[in-house]
Design a binder for this molecule. Structure first.
Ligand SMILES: [Zn+2]
Length: 490
């Protein structure tokens, strides 16, 4: 099936050079698909370097201009409101990931560059913190939006007239031919002490997700041919070391793999930095993923997790599909699945929402708090707010609702509704004094008529029927969690 967002296939006459170890010997990945061995990807040739184990789609570097033309005009449709919401999530993520760096540089004016800046949303964020910004982008509609919406004109290449304190390369490296040369170029643009923020999808060791966090229903989508370089954590770290970069901080839970880096002592001999992966192992892993995805697509979820246990989507399909009415069975499957998927954002979200529906608020809060700690998103904060409200934790609930509506104005009415409800259910200061005096004197609790005044505010629980029928949270209370719901995706 040809997708209009696919880059053209470019088959080279000469064997490709491996961007990690410079070898030119490749193993072409073939899958057994009924009639015999055939290319594992239906539109492209995936191959693995026999020298170091890095995996790539075969491309011809002499035809790079053709690929650039595709990114200029065809790659993405015009940006719309969905871009704004998605990029808000990404900014929230970056804000958390770079917390220490941002705090340390508060009040300073850094020079921040963004390679493949898309709509300019990351630069807009840094400019808002008082920094100078400059970026590159090929896609024309994105460049137009960056210039006319954010007021940040972009160029096709990153400005080389000045040096940068931070260069962001966010989900770009996987698209680039010869990423080693390009990364080395960007390293030369760093100031002394300059840093890089680099994120790409992660293949082979990770869960079967695509980079956007959507479930991988197709091998061709998961190993999309626009992603020329199929990075494992190891091959990417090799690339960093080759370019003279050292990892300061990393995260593999959300948005693929994300790294914060600084310049190391300089480029050394490959023997000093190259960590080889066996191409046979990578081949085997890729084929098992391909097979597990095929089983998943055929509805064989149990068989799929037997092949690849770290497959959140296949576990969730079992839990919320055929076993949706059997809580005991769901509990059993969740227990087994948690051993394999406990670091997957979508899996933890689904489990938290399931706990919530079963009335286990403490467990729901535990899961949802964990997810927002690395993926701050408004829907997750709303859910956290419901769970806190149901547990009688009014302050925490108010805070969660407040964060949710600050993140997404569309949540404002619902979040405010909950906050009004919670605050008008809490006793006033004189009610509390009376209650405290009464408890010291061991008098019968006053104010039985309202049922509220005798209580310590900490122990007040919202009446369940009020919460269930009141406010617009109703849908969430009754809805079955959908792992693909907005809150569970990128
Ligand atoms: Zn290699």
């Amino acid at each position: 099936m040809k997708n209009s967002n696919d880059a053209p296939s470019l088959n080279p006459k000469e064997p490709m050079r491996c961007y990690v170890c410079d070898a030119k010997e490749w193993h072409v990945v073939l899958a057994e698909k009924g009639r015999g061995p055939e290319p594992v990807h239906s539109q492209s040739k995936i191959q693995i370097c026999k020298g170091c184990g890095s995996a790539v789609h075969e491309v011809d570097v002499s035809k790079e201009e053709k690929i650039k033309e595709f990114y200029r005009k065809e790659y993405r449709p015009k940006p719309n409101i969905a871009n704004l919401i998605t990029t808000t999530h990404k900014i929230n993520y970056i804000r958390v990931f770079l917390k220490d760096f941002l705090q340390k540089n508060q009040g300073k004016q850094l020079v921040v560059g963004d390679v493949g800046a898309a709509t300019g949303y990351v630069l807009n964020f840094f400019r808002g913190l008082g920094h100078k910004v400059s970026g590159s982008e090929l896609t024309l509609t994105y460049r137009r939006m960056a210039e006319h919406y954010y007021g940040i004109p972009l160029a096709e290449e990153l400005e080389t007239k000045h040096k940068y304190d931070l260069i962001v390369i966010y989900h770009v490296l996987e698209h680039l031919m010869e990423p080693d040369k390009k990364l080395a170029h960007y390293v030369t643009l760093l100031n002394e002490g300059g840093k890089m923020l680099i994120a790409t999808p992660e293949w082979f060791s990770n869960y079967l997700d695509d980079s956007s966090g959507l479930p991988a229903n197709s091998f061709d989508v998961l190993f999309h041919k626009n992603h020329i370089n199929l990075f494992s954590a190891t091959s990417l770290q090799n690339l960093f070391r080759k370019a003279g970069l050292r990892v300061i901080k990393e995260d593999h839970i959300q948005y693929g793999q994300t790294y914060f880096l600084e310049k190391s002592e300089g480029v050394r001999e490959p023997s000093e930095w190259l960590t080889k992966e066996g191409w046979e192992d990578i081949n085997k892993t890729m084929l098992s993923h391909e097979y597990a995805i095929r089983l998943h697509s055929a509805g064989k979820f149990r068989e799929a997790v037997e092949i690849v246990p770290r497959f959140p989507e296949a576990w969730l399909a079992q839990i919320f599909g055929s076993n949706s009415k059997d809580v005991a069975k769901q509990t059993d499957i969740f227990e087994i699945a948690s051993k394999h998927c406990s670091e997957n954002g979508r899996f933890i979200t689904a489990r938290g929402q399931w706990h919530y529906q079963q009335g286990r608020m403490a467990k729901a809060i535990e899961d949802l708090s964990k997810v927002v700690s690395f993926k701050p998103a408004e829907d997750l904060y709303m859910f956290l707010g419901y769970a806190y409200a149901q547990s009688g934790k009014s302050d925490e609930a108010m805070q969660a609702f407040s964060i949710a509506c600050s993140m997404d104005p569309r949540k404002w009415a619902e979040a405010q509704g909950w906050m009004l409800n919670i605050s008008s259910d809490r006793p006033t200061w004189d009610e509390r004094i009376l209650a405290e005096a009464a408890s010291r004197l061991k008098l019968p609790k006053p104010g039985n008529a309202t049922g509220q005044t005798g209580q310590n505010p900490e122990s007040i629980t919202l009446a369940q029927p009020d919460v269930a029928k009141g406010q617009t949270g109703q849908n969430h209370l009754l809805a079955k969690p959908d792992p693909r719901a907005e809150g569970a995706t990128a």
